[in-house]
Design a protein around this ligand. Structure first.
Ligand SMILES: [Zn+2]
Length: 401
């Protein structure tokens, strides 16, 4: 197995230029030496030499003469998709999703329903590593060709330091290093909402917009920001904690430990609490049997009830939407985005959540500013985070971000 410069030659000038060549070929498709050299502003002899190295290392394929009419026909070069792979792991509260993409970004395998209980315990971390190892061992590709595994976690995650502060935070070593030692492949951590934002940005509902706010309406409430075409991290990588804006003067304790957060009135947790309260007060709902049997509902139970036009469920999703819209209005005033994308499980209620958000967003934001902003529902649905993780892993390694 040849040395992989992506993993070993960090900071080396030749390696930096080779990454730029790979970036260009990924974004633009097959190209000639002249095209590459013009785009990355390097001389033709330098590019020719580095392209030969990349061919030798297996990253690039020589596709032969370009099919053009007249003149000299240059050779064109493209990415060799099977030269490297990136695994994405999307950790949810009750399941784990995994997928792998090739160097061209094509999904070559996915498993969307591995049962899992997310808890902040060493046993839950062991189980997660076991699931990842079993998945990788069963892939029809060489393990050495998997360049990186990107893992999405909910809560405070620092991609740059590799620490997670909400889950698996019981060791002094960065979590990314701990998992790396257990699976034998470099690991990067990412916040789940930010990975979802990236998935939508790269191949979902975003069509060239450069300023995008993505909202993840899950059990909790998170967001991912894309500003000027770049995923926004903030100093330590904790940006986007939309759910923990102190929005209400209530006495409801939030998952973060504080009270009155936006998440206490606009999230899956809020839905569950309000549903139980209203049911206890005598409201009727088609979810009554599930509430009686299980003492609660899943997010998909709730979405189904909304789509079946259960009036109580619709009232609750409207309540969530109106609260979200009010605080999104503030985000719009500050960021003047082109697009707000509503994602996460509760976005599957479509217009039942979108319309109250839209109405409240318009009511509370400045008219001149909100005219620029479209409000749409996620296209990738529950796969946004998984696809985002795979693509982020590749982008980080090629310095595309
Ligand atoms: Zn909170």
């Amino acid at each position: 197995m040849k040395k992989n410069f992506l993993l070993t030659d960090e900071g080396n000038k030749g390696a930096i230029v080779k990454k730029r060549i790979l970036q260009y070929l990924i974004i633009s498709g097959e190209s000639s030496i002249a095209d590459i050299s013009k785009e990355i502003e390097m001389s033709v002899p330098t590019v020719t030499k580095l392209v030969s190295e990349l061919i030798e290392e297996g990253f690039i394929l020589d596709s032969g003469k370009q099919n053009t009419s007249g003149g000299r026909k240059p050779n064109i070069y493209g990415i060799n998709p099977v030269s490297g792979y990136f695994v994405g792991v999307d950790v949810h509260r009750k399941l784990v999703m995994l997928a792998v993409i090739d160097l061209n970004g094509k999904i070559i395998d996915e498993n969307l329903h591995i049962p899992y209980e997310l808890q902040n315990t060493p046993e839950a971390l062991e189980e997660l590593c076991r699931i990842i190892n079993v998945y990788i061992d069963n892939l029809p590709i060489e393990k050495a060709k998997i360049f990186q595994v990107a893992i999405n976690l909910t809560g405070r995650v620092s991609t740059s330091s590799g620490y997670s502060h909400s889950y698996f935070c019981f060791d002094e070593q960065p979590l990314s290093q701990i998992i790396e030692s257990k699976i034998g492949i470099p690991v990067m951590l990412e916040n789940d909402s930010r990975a979802m934002a990236y998935g939508e940005y790269m191949c979902g509902v975003v069509k060239g917009e450069k300023n995008v706010i993505f909202i993840n309406v899950n059990w909790g409430l998170g967001s991912g920001l894309i500003l000027d075409g770049k995923l926004y991290y903030g100093k330590s990588g904790y940006s986007g904690e939309f759910g923990h804006i102190s929005a209400f003067d209530n006495e409801i304790i939030c998952g973060c430990g504080k009270k009155g957060c936006l998440e206490t009135e606009a999230s899956g947790f809020a839905m569950q609490r309000i549903l139980m309260e209203r049911y206890a007060q005598g409201s009727t709902t088609i979810l009554a049997d599930t509430l009686k049997e299980k003492g609660g509902v899943s997010l998909s139970d709730f979405v189904d009830a909304v789509l079946k036009e259960d009036v109580l469920a619709i009232e609750i999703v409207e309540h969530i939407g109106l609260n979200l819209g009010r605080w999104l209005a503030g985000m719009i005033n500050i960021f003047n985005p082109e697009l707000v994308v509503i994602g996460g499980p509760l976005s599957l209620t479509h217009d039942y959540i979108r319309l109250p958000i839209k109405s409240s967003m318009k009511k509370f934001s400045l008219n001149l500013v909100n005219q620029d902003t479209d409000l749409v529902i996620s296209k990738l649905g529950d796969k946004a985070g998984l696809i985002g993780a795979c693509l982020l892993s590749r982008s980080k390694m090629l310095d595309i971000l």
